[in-house]
Design a protein around this ligand. Structure first.
Ligand code: AMP
Ligand code: ZN
Length: 493
């Protein structure tokens, strides 16, 4: 791997609206905070798109030599419902509906989240802190914001004073909104009448008697506001200012705007230098969302049990489908798109397997390996452009196919370089892998029948037929293995 200096990475900073050269605060160390899931329901494919996108960013930064501390939280308290639900905590609400403890809700959906992301071959973050594990830190932040004069207490709740903050700073700079144009924060409403201004947001909420998720504080029993947890956890693990802050584009306002306000109010600086926002996965042209029901769950894709698709698709093909779009573009999910992705993925994997058995020559004809490799890095250095990278990978696959067909040739050094580069990008950066070949019972029955016919031929001493069966099966990747007792088979990797 080349030193970092040779790889000039540009990241689209959604705060400036520009692609900016990536300069981390601490030389080769990168701090990255990504807002994690609210664990009150199964993650849908849209959520997965965002976490897969950050997995690619994490993998690529690591690949080019950075030591990355990747913090992704679990929101297990404090995320309030919208206006219609009168500001009830989503997890407490689910606990009430399912008649279980809030922490059982949290456990159930956190386990599902981890299992699902593991199927997609995403790497675990370096730290995965929870909101409930950081109540003390959040109470401390509320005190500091109060002391700094940017918050006020009303009847056991504490609110951030957006108008006061806006006098010395600019609320809305991330999302490009003007305070006067803003509508009130739709994420929480139960204490709306207590607020001095509708734009103010809750730092701490008084718990009503029926509220189960509650903690003692200076202001009485209550629970933290949603925006506060990310400030508490990012500061604790990455410092007051770190490199990259990420999440889906729907978090830009109000969540990230409020995080900036909290950070600036007490530390006098924006928490992150680069804001990275992923675009939405849509279904039928509309945003996939838990709340509207317009979504598909990963398990419904893997099992094929859904109304949208004709048959199941594997997690890795689904991952490949996501990577064929740039993370800042909207991506629409459909059966046809998945079929096309499956075809593309198997072409890529076939190219990799052909690569293993290629003959080399004295010269390389028709392919500039160094130029191709640079183009692969250029794509990723241009704001992690995975679709362009994949197009470049297919150029190499085409070349490999040409060599295999005798229409081109390659030297040993070039072949080694292509192998290494393809391996790096396909496996390490894109996180794709050859799927375990599964034999369904139809195929199994057919292979067993052919083994039986071959045995019959051998008994008849019809070796032409028995060899033909063995050789033709081998061509399809099914290798017969004869022993004294029986003939078995295995699939070629
Ligand atoms: P939530 O659990 O609702 O807080 O969402 C977890 C993450 O998924 C957040 O970063 C959201 O922005 C992101 N997200 C939600 N819906 C979608 C979608 N349809 N496409 C891509 N990302 C999404
Ligand atoms: Zn957050």
């Amino acid at each position: 791997m080349s030193p970092i200096a040779e790889r000039q990475l540009y990241i689209y900073n959604s705060s400036s609206g520009l692609k900016e050269i990536f300069n981390p605060i601490n030389n080769n160390k990168v701090g990255m905070y990504v807002c994690g899931p609210t664990v009150y329901n199964y993650v849908h494919l849209g959520n997965c798109r965002t976490f897969i996108s950050f997995d690619i960013i994490y993998r690529y930064l690591t690949h080019i030599g950075y030591k990355v501390r990747y913090v992704r939280n679990i929101t297990d308290a404090g995320h309030l419902e919208n206006d219609a639900s009168e500001g009830e905590d989503r997890i407490a609400k689910k606990a009430r509906i399912e008649e279980i403890e809030p922490m059982e809700v949290v456990q159930k959906y956190t386990v599902d989240f981890h299992r699902t992301l593991a199927k997609f071959n995403t790497m675990p973050p370096s730290i995965e802190p929870t909101a409930t594990g950081h109540i003390v830190e959040q109470i401390e932040l509320v005190k500091q914001i109060l002391d700094a004069g940017f918050a006020y207490e009303v009847e056991g709740s504490v609110y951030f004073d957006v108008l006061k903050f806006n006098e010395s700073s600019k609320y809305g700079k991330l999302s490009g909104r003007k305070l006067e144009d803003m509508i009130h924060n739709t994420r929480e409403t139960s204490g709306q009448s207590e607020k001095r201004n509708p734009q103010d947001f809750a730092l701490w909420k008084k718990a009503q008697p029926e509220h189960i998720m509650r903690w003692p504080s200076h202001w009485g029993d209550g629970f933290p506001g949603w925006h506060l947890e990310c400030t508490a956890m990012s500061t604790k693990y990455l410092g007051k200012k770190f490199d990259i802050h990420g999440g889906g584009i729907d978090l830009k306002f109000p969540h990230h705007e409020c995080e900036i306000a909290q950070n600036e109010a007490i530390f006098n600086c924006c928490p992150a230098n680069y804001w990275v926002h992923t675009n939405m996965l849509t279904l039928n042209g509309k945003k996939m969302a838990k709340s509207t029901g317009n979504n598909i769950l990963p398990e419904e894709i893997f099992s094929g049990e859904n109304e949208i698709m004709e048959r199941p698709f594997s997690p890795i093909v689904t991952r490949f489908f996501m990577l064929q779009a740039h993370y800042r573009s909207v991506l629409d999910f459909s059966n046809d798109a998945m079929l096309a992705s499956e075809k593309g993925f198997s072409k890529l994997m076939h190219g990799l397997s052909v690569l293993e058995s290629l003959d080399t020559s004295k010269e390389t004809i028709g392919f500039d390996v160094a130029k191709w490799k640079q183009k692969c890095y250029d794509a990723m250095n241009d704001d992690f452009n995975t679709p362009i990278l994949i197009a470049n990978l297919f150029d190499a696959v085409k070349f490999v196919q040409n060599i295999n067909d005798g229409r081109s040739s390659v030297t040993k050094e070039d072949l080694d370089e292509i192998r290494l580069t393809l391996h790096n990008f396909v496996h390490d950066v894109l996180g794709l892998k050859q799927e375990e070949q599964k034999v369904d019972h139809y195929l199994e029955n057919s292979i067993n029948l052919l083994i039986e016919l071959r045995n019959d031929a051998r008994i008849r001493k019809d070796f032409a037929t028995s060899d033909k069966i063995r050789d033709e099966l081998a061509k399809s990747g099914i290798l017969l293995q004869d022993s004294a007792q029986e003939t078995t088979y295995k699939l070629k990797k």
